[in-house]
Write a protein that binds this ligand. Sequence first.
Ligand code: FES
Length: 150
Amino acid sequence: TQPEQLPVRINDKPYYPDGDPQMPLLWYLRDVLRLTGTKFGCGIGACGACTVLIDGKAARACLTPMQAVSGRAITTIEGLEGAQLHPVQQAWLEHDVAQCGYCQAGQIMAAIDLLARKRKPSDDDIGEIANLCRCGTYPRIRSAIQRAAV
Ligand code: FES
């Protein structure tokens, strides 16, 4: 008998993926579920464009195989949608952070993880996020995270 498969919960809904267990989570999110807010940047864990939360912690979906997420809870940028914007999204708008916008979903998910770990992150803490932004929006990212921390 097959061991019972635990669902992967994605934005609070259970899924039972039956494809290749080595498929990166990023592919499943974008190509299977069409949750395209999470972006493909480098595919090798270097840029952070694909950052999602796994059990509340920032993780790079391009490096996470589906077999590693059974029984876990994934939150993508789409999962933040509710009646109101998430406070980090609100701070992002107030500080007009996005330029081209491509990396921003990953930046926001990484910021949420950071703020869950450190209520008042320092500039160094924020620098440790290390998600790349080709437009160089780093000063506005820093201001928005500090705003969201208030
Ligand atoms: Fe995953 Fe760049 S696409 S880290």
